[in-house]
Structure formats: C-alpha cells, structure tokens
Ligand binder design. Structure first.
Ligand code: SF4
Length: 406
C-alpha cells in the first residue's frame, strides 16, 4: 500500500466496518511486538524489507494500531517516531512505484501533449547530453496536481514548478515532497479525531503507547536530553488557545462557573503539571510531589481570572474556591493536602465540541484550532512545534538515528 490515507486504504477500512471497528479488531490480530516492529528499526536508519513489502491488510492494521496509541499522546516523542518511521516506509514504496493515483494527494499523470515541446525541452533539460539517465528521469514532469491542492501543501518557491491551465506539473521528487506534508497533515488530523474517543479504546492502545514511549525515549534520547518531552514545565501563555485566553481575561456572569471552574481549572492544572497524561484517571499526586506548584502558579491564575469576571466570581461566590480544588481531584475543600488527591475526579479539559455547546462565546477559533479537538492538544501542539523549530535552528537532528537512506 502506498498511502494509509489514500483510496486503497479507505476502501479497506470501509470493508472492515470503519475506523472504530478496525481499532476494536486490531488487538486480536496484531500483537504489541508486531505493531512495534513497524518503528523499532528507526534508529538503524534502514527500513527492513519485510516491513516495506508487507501485505495491505497487515500494513493498515499495524499503522492504525500505532495511531490508536498516539491518541494517548498526540504530540509527544511517540508521535515523532511514528510519523518519521512511517514517512520512510511509505516514501520508499512511493519511490519504487510509477502509478501514484492511489495517494491521498490527488496526483494525475501528465499527458505528453499537455506541455508545449519547447517548454519540456528546457525544463527537462532534454538538450543536455551529458546528464546521466537517472538525473534526466528525475527531471521529467510526469505528474500534475491541481493548483488548489498544490498550493495548500507546497512550501517551496513557485519558481521551482511549471504551472499551466490550473495545474502544477511536477517531478516525482516534487510529488514526494508534497506527499510528506499531506501525510503529516492526515496523521495529525486522524490522531486528533481519535483523541476524542480515547476512553472507548481497548487497553491495548495504552500499553502500546507505553512501549512506544520507551522506544521513542531511547531513539531520541539526545533530543530528549536537550528539550525534554511535554512534561511538567512553566506555563507558556503565548501557546494558550483562544478560549483559554478569553477565560483568563474574565467573562460575564452567566459564563463564570463554566469558564473558570470547569475550563480554566482543568486546562491550567493539566497544562502545568501533566500536559500529556498517561491515562485519563491520573491523579495530581501521580504527577507532583507537593502542592507548591499548584498553589503558586495555578491557583493564583484562576483566582485572578475569577476576579476579572463581571461581577468578580469569588466575591459573590467565595465557596467556589472549594469547587476549584474539587475539580482538581481533592474533594470539596479549601485546605487540601497532597494525600487528598483522588478524593474526587481530576476533571480533564472539556473537548472543543462540549465548549462550543456549553459556552459558544468562548470559542473563537484561530487557524491553529484546525483539526484540534481539545484545548490541551492545542497547547501540546504549540509546544511540540516550538521544540521542533528550536531543534531545526540548532541543527539538532544531525546526530540521531533514522537518517540513513532506508
Ligand atoms: S476550537 Fe477548541 S481550542 Fe480552539 S478556541 Fe474553540 S474550543 Fe478553544
């Protein structure tokens, strides 16, 4: 299979009863070690032949097994490993294949009469006799992509491509470059969709996520040493989503309890001490050794936001502070100890659709909200992109595995 999001994959998933049915079946067909084998070679830089040539059904089941695990960690090192390893697997298959119409990127084959001969002569360097045959093949504009799809994913210069009649005419190398972007986009979208249903997924995926986490920490240990995974760290306000920024700014009377006690309390507490929780029933005491960080860095933010409400929340509802601790899992109290955590559930930030249903005015999505299903994943994604940017600036990927030609 050339693309786990392409037409062949979609047909297969449909035949198997849809994505939820596929995720339910996977634990009976794919043992954890088999799913891990799909990425465990990554540090060596060489994709094993049996992974490249596997049959379509096993291919899709092992890939979706990994996606199911990422639903528990959409922007951690696990996601990085799964994405990079699978990019290599599918790139290798695409490089070997001629017909690319199965890809999720809508690629068409160029008819040889579509481009004026004089243009192909120049663009494909047909007059250059010294060019070796492989290089010449690499210059052939064998494919075309409609501009609407092309422009969405192309981040190179438009001077590099031949545009005519609403299409970009491209080489195979260009198709691969574009497809990589489409693959990353599709993976992110799929994982975010699964994030909404993590509670419904079999325990298999949580275990697979744990195994993936150990593997990813080993593979990326240098990267981890420099920047760390998404773990407890000072809050980055600039990465908060619009709904959280709005709640922090204070809201009117009808919204106060939802915006401050439900949304802000859950978001700030998880974002500060457990942004990437291993499971949904995690307790505060599983993440920190004392309450100082909550008392110094989280509670004051919540109280300030409550005070900015109109009228100020804690002035006419002073008991609401107990509710704040309740929502962080300490039961109804205003003097909690760490040992009290677990007395009530630690509320997870509500998903975006719940926020839109309960407090529509809080949700003014920006472009980074696309594909996001929960404010916490918005924050995790921003942290992840920032780490990646810093790595790229410092050339941080040069000494790690997975850089071979595969
Ligand atoms: S889409 Fe989600 S994260 Fe973005 S503003 Fe709306 S509720 Fe917040």
């Amino acid at each position: 299979m050339l693309d786990p999001f392409g037409s062949r994959a979609r047909e297969l998933v449909k035949e198997l009863g849809g994505i939820k049915a596929v995720l339910e079946r996977i634990p009976s067909y794919i043992v954890l070690d088999h799913a891990l084998r799909r990425v465990s070679w990554y540090k060596s830089g060489r994709v094993p032949d049996d992974v490249v040539t596997v049959d379509d059904l096993t291919d899709i089941l092992t890939f979706y097994a990994l996606l199911g695990a990422l639903a528990f960690s959409p922007y951690g090192l696990e996601a990085e490993l799964v994405k990079e390893a699978n990019l290599k697997i599918y790139s290798k298959r695409i490089a070997r294949s001629e017909g690319l119409t199965e890809l999720s990127l809508p690629v068409e084959i160029t008819d040889k009469n579509e481009i004026p001969v004089k243009d192909t002569f120049i663009l494909e360097k047909r007059g250059e006799r010294n060019l070796d045959p492989e290089r010449k093949r690499g210059l052939e504009l064998k494919y075309k992509v409609h501009l609407s799809s092309f422009l969405e994913f192309w981040d190179g210069s438009l001077k590099e491509v031949y545009i005519r009649n609403g299409y970009a005419y491209v080489t195979k190398g260009n198709v691969l470059k574009l497809w990589r972007k489409v693959f990353e986009h599709n993976t992110e979208r799929a994982v975010n969709a699964l994030y909404e249903i993590t509670d419904e997924l079999p325990d298999y995926y949580r275990k697979l996520r744990e195994e993936l986490g150990s593997l990813a920490r080993e593979v990326f240990k240098e990267r981890l040493g420099r920047y760390g995974n998404a773990e407890a760290a000072p809050l980055r306000f600039e990465f908060f989503p619009p709904c959280i920024k709005k709640a922090i700014g204070g809201v009117p009377a009808g919204l106060r309890n939802y915006a401050i006690t439900v949304l802000l309390t859950s978001f700030l507490s998880y974002a500060r001490i457990c942004p990437n929780p291993p499971r949904r029933d995690v307790r505060v005491r599983d993440c920190i050794q004392d309450l100082g960080v909550l008392e110094r860095e989280v509670i004051p933010l919540i109280i300030d936001a409550g005070n900015r409400c109109s009228p100020p929340l804690f002035e006419d509802q002073p008991h609401e502070i107990k509710n704040i601790w309740y929502h962080m899992g300490f039961g109804l109290t205003d003097r909690p100890g760490l040992e009290d955590s677990g007395s009530s559930p630690w509320y997870f930030p509500p998903n975006c659709d719940k926020i839109r249903a309960n407090a529509p005015t809080l949700c003014n999505p920006d472009r980074d909200c696309r594909n996001i299903k929960n404010p916490l994943t918005y924050y995790l994604r921003k942290l992840y992109l920032e780490n990646r940017r810093r790595q790229q600036e410092k050339g941080g990927e040069t000494s790690e595995g997975g850089k071979g030609n595969g």
